[in-house]
Design a protein around this ligand. Structure first.
Ligand code: UT7
Length: 389
């Protein structure tokens, strides 16, 4: 989409009129449309300079928060009937971090990630326009966790809302944030992906408790007219998948009762093999299709940044894309599946290696079912970023 930047005296109702019109104009119609505008409304405006440029949404910073406590496979094997060998061979996970402490929730990790992000990008809290938090473990059903994060970080001028698309949430939120930036209306949009999965994991269920961990990450999106930022997104939802991965009770269909608690229905339910099969095909397809659509050769791709749910799913995706393992960000062994935080946590861990212009594909899948891929060009040299203590 194209938008106009107007220099000179702006007449607000003219601007509103034009921006409404322009939002529906595609690139190949822009010249024709400009001629029409000049003939009519623009003729009456003096000293108006029009600079036509495409606004991209660039990722200009990243930070993350990982809680201190490490829950190892060894410790888990004292809690349920499992072994380090089984967990590593089936999932690739060695350990995960757990947020301990009464009254601590997802917003604590999100706010810490956001505060670090503000420091690294030299941004004042009051400058943030929008905060979108992707999470499946909100502090509470309402108000939104993003509100609480905004308050904790002092972002008094931002409006904030949560977004739930299970493990694909960060990608869905990134695409949403991109739209706010590309519209030209907002300049600093923060996308947070944060989950305290330990709050909904049943630590007597060996099939699931080995998988998940807690963390939060935050990225800054800002406008640029350079050829960087989010180039394309391909996102999907299929609600017929809802019975394979969900949290049954606690919502409006099954509000919390003594019975739902006794039946352990506030914990994650997952049919692992069904989700596995779905994930392997969809995440691999959508990522490979993105490469084909944009004529990206396997060697050209700097990084695949996949959702970290199972090493075998990541390997299958990389194989399907024809890329080497060295081109894939993998940190599942350290954190497990942190749901909405996996992708920002990868970007955070690899930030110092990221170079301006690097081509990245971000890919995810999750409950719902949801899945998708985002293609972006990295916008800064990560090696130049100041390190926070
Ligand atoms: O981001 C959210 C999306 N979710 C996912 O991506 C999860 C996708 N699914 C998976 O990653 C895998 O299905 C799991 C890791 C969850 C399970 O691996 P699997 O290879 O599909 O194992 P399985 O469920 O088929 O179980 C195989 C065996 C069973 O024993 P029997 O019936 O063959 O005797 C299980 O009872 O392994 C047993 N088992 C375990 N054994 C030791 C299941 N969990 C464990 C365990 N330790 N923790």
């Amino acid at each position: 989409m194209f938008v106009f930047r107007l220099k000179g005296n702006l007449i607000s109702n003219y601007f509103n009129y034009f921006s409404k019109k322009l939002s529906v104009i595609f690139e190949n119609n822009v010249k024709k449309f400009c001629k029409q505008l000049k003939k009519t409304q623009f003729r009456r405006l003096k000293n108006l300079k029009i600079i036509m440029s495409k606004i991209n949404a660039a990722l200009t910073g990243i930070h993350a928060c990982v809680p201190e406590y490490i829950l190892t496979n060894e410790e888990l094997s004292t809690m349920v009937d499992t072994t380090d060998e089984w967990i590593q061979s089936r999932t690739g996970i060695k350990e995960r971090h757990i947020l301990k402490g009464e009254g601590k929730g997802t917003s604590d990790m999100g706010a810490k990630a956001l505060l670090g992000l503000l420091e690294k990008t030299n941004t004042k809290a009051e400058e943030v326009d929008v905060i979108i938090c992707a999470t499946v473990t909100p502090d509470m059903l309402f108000p939104a966790t993003s509100n609480i994060i905004a308050h904790k970080a002092g972002c008094i001028n931002a409006f904030a809302f949560d977004l739930n698309a299970a493990c694909s949430g960060f990608l869905f939120a990134l695409q949403t944030g991109r739209m706010y930036v590309e519209s030209g209306l907002y300049k600093k949009v923060v996308v947070v992906g944060a989950d305290k999965m330990s709050a909904i994991v049943d630590y007597t269920d060996r099939k699931n408790c080995i998988l998940f961990g807690d963390a939060g990450g935050a990225v800054m999106l800002e406008p640029t007219t350079e050829d960087y930022g989010i180039i394309d997104a391909d996102l999907h939802t299929d609600g017929s998948g809802k019975d394979f991965l969900y949290q049954k009770a606690g919502g409006s269909v099954y509000p919390p009762t003594q019975k739902t608690v006794a039946n352990r229905e506030h914990y994650i339910y997952q049919e692992g093999q069904s989700v596995f099969k779905f994930a392997v095909s969809r995440m691999a397809d959508v990522s490979a299709d993105m490469m084909t659509k944009h004529n990206i050769n396997p060697e050209e791709l700097a990084w695949l940044v996949p959702h970290q749910a199972n090493l075998r799913i990541i390997d299958a995706t990389a194989r399907r894309m024809g890329i080497r393992k060295e081109q894939v960000m993998i940190n599942i062994e350290k954190y497990g599946n942190t749901t909405d935080a996996t992708i920002p946590l990868c970007l955070y861990d690899w930030e110092s290696q990221l170079k301006k212009g690097d081509k990245l594909i971000l890919a995810a899948f999750g409950g719902g079912f949801t899945w998708g891929a985002i293609y972006l060009k990295w916008s800064y040299d990560g090696s130049q970023v100041k390190k926070l203590i």
